[in-house]
Design a binder for this molecule. Structure first.
Ligand SMILES: N[C@@H](CCC(=O)N[C@@H](CS)C(=O)NCC(=O)O)C(=O)O
Length: 212
């Protein structure tokens, strides 16, 4: 098995977090020469996105949430998926909320880091959308150290890398801190950063951020 990943991507980072936490022997590689829109990569993943998990059968599995679930099915120990059905539903909620409510604004803001390409009205709107997305996540977070229950799960794999990018965007745009204003989310993020495996992935992402 081989994971196509780029260090900064919060979606690829989700899967790396699972690989590290489960201690899996899966090769982590960059996309082939020419990147994620090259013919070679599009043949594997026609959406031209990372991550893609290339299975030993030759099937190339896209979509981070699907990959996280696949890894749980194939490598059930140590488990990052609760057995209680309500907890499991909550875990799956945390896999979906960032895709719908955080990803679009992060991608819009990413394109305007350079002040020369910046439209302040769009920045304002996108931070409002981002803020609202964070409020949804905060609503569903528990008071525990982990996103669901008292142990790490694939929900944490999904949340930590995206909060890292949100926190970076707040810094870059010198925006008011839309993480700290949410009590549960803020406590979660502070605790998450102290976990060694989370910290490894957080550092990988930050090290890969191009200097604007
Ligand atoms: N829903 C996808 C999203 C993946 C995604 O957006 N990856 C970004 C990198 S963070 C990407 O490859 N973007 C390139 C593009 O969409 O053209 C997943 O969960 O894997």
């Amino acid at each position: 098995m081989k994971l196509y990943s780029v260090p900064i991507s919060p979606f690829a980072a989700r899967v790396r977090l699972s690989i590290y936490r489960k201690g899996l022997n899966i090769e982590i590689v960059p996309p082939p020469e020419g990147g994620i829109k090259s013919d070679a990569y599009l043949a594997l993943n026609p959406m031209g996105q990372v991550p893609t998990l290339l299975l030993d059968s030759g099937f190339a599995l896209p979509e981070s949430a699907t990959i996280l679930e696949y890894l749980e099915d194939v490598f059930p120990t140590p488990s990052l998926r609760p057995t209680d059905v309500e907890d499991l539903a909550r875990v799956r909620l945390f896999l979906r909320l960032p895709d719908f409510h955080i990803r679009p604004s992060i991608f819009a803001l990413r394109g305007m880091r350079d002040p020369a390409n910046r439209n302040e009205d769009v920045v304002k709107t996108q931070f409002e959308v981002l803020d609202q997305g964070l409020s949804y996540i905060d609503h569903y977070l528990s008071e525990d150290v982990w996103a669901v229950g008292n142990r790490p799960s694939i929900a944490d794999c999904a949340l930590v890398p995206i909060f890292n990018i949100v926190s970076f965007m707040v810094l870059v745009y010198n925006h008011s801190d839309i993480i700290s204003k949410y009590q549960k989310l803020s406590a979660y993020w502070q605790a998450a950063k102290t976990d060694e495996i989370n910290a490894k992935v957080i550092a990988e992402q930050l090290a890969a951020i191009p200097k604007a």
